[in-house]
Design a binder for this molecule. Structure first.
Ligand code: THU
Length: 145
């Protein structure tokens, strides 16, 4: 059920370091054993160095040695107000994050389910990564299985 993952992602978004955009994003990665790894965006005064929530969460997953364990992903984003996110528009992963998600998907040998939500939780779209990123660049392009 995606609601609990989305709630975990929303809780992570409250920790976003986003003083420039004031747009918080949270991600929750659901692993095969039911555990969850989260991340939030981490902005930088040199704007282009900003790390997205999905990339932060996937970096943590990698540090745990569990890239191959991810099965589903929740992404939620909205305007940061009073330590929480707000808004009614669905937040979809950016293009770069879709490609980073593909790296974990390749290691997990699965087409990840991505739950994309609005901050108010009223709108959720669940898509496969292959729908969000139909023609990824992956290991096969480098001659690897
Ligand atoms: N952001 C994410 O964290 N993930 C995305 O997929 C899209 C954008 C962040 C980056 C930046 O801190 C803020 O949202 C506004 O672009």
């Amino acid at each position: 059920m995606s609601a609990t993952r989305i709630a975990a992602a929303k809780a992570a978004a409250a920790h976003a370091h986003a003083p420039y955009s004031k747009f918080g994003v949270g991600t929750a990665l659901l692993l095969a054993d039911g555990s969850v790894v989260t991340g939030c965006n981490f902005e930088n005064a040199s704007y282009g160095l900003t790390l997205c929530a999905e990339t932060v969460a996937l970096g943590t997953l990698n540090a745990l040695g569990k890239l191959d364990k991810v099965r589903e992903v929740a992404v939620i984003g909205g305007t940061l107000t009073g330590g929480a996110i707000a808004g009614d528009a669905i937040c979809f992963p950016c293009g770069r994050c879709r490609q980073v998600l593909n790296e974990a998907a390749q290691m997990a040998h699965t087409d990840l389910l991505i739950h994309c939500a609005s901050a108010d939780g009223l709108q959720v779209r669940t898509l496969k990564l292959s729908e969000l990123l139909p023609h990824p660049f992956g290991p096969a392009d480098l001659g690897l299985a």
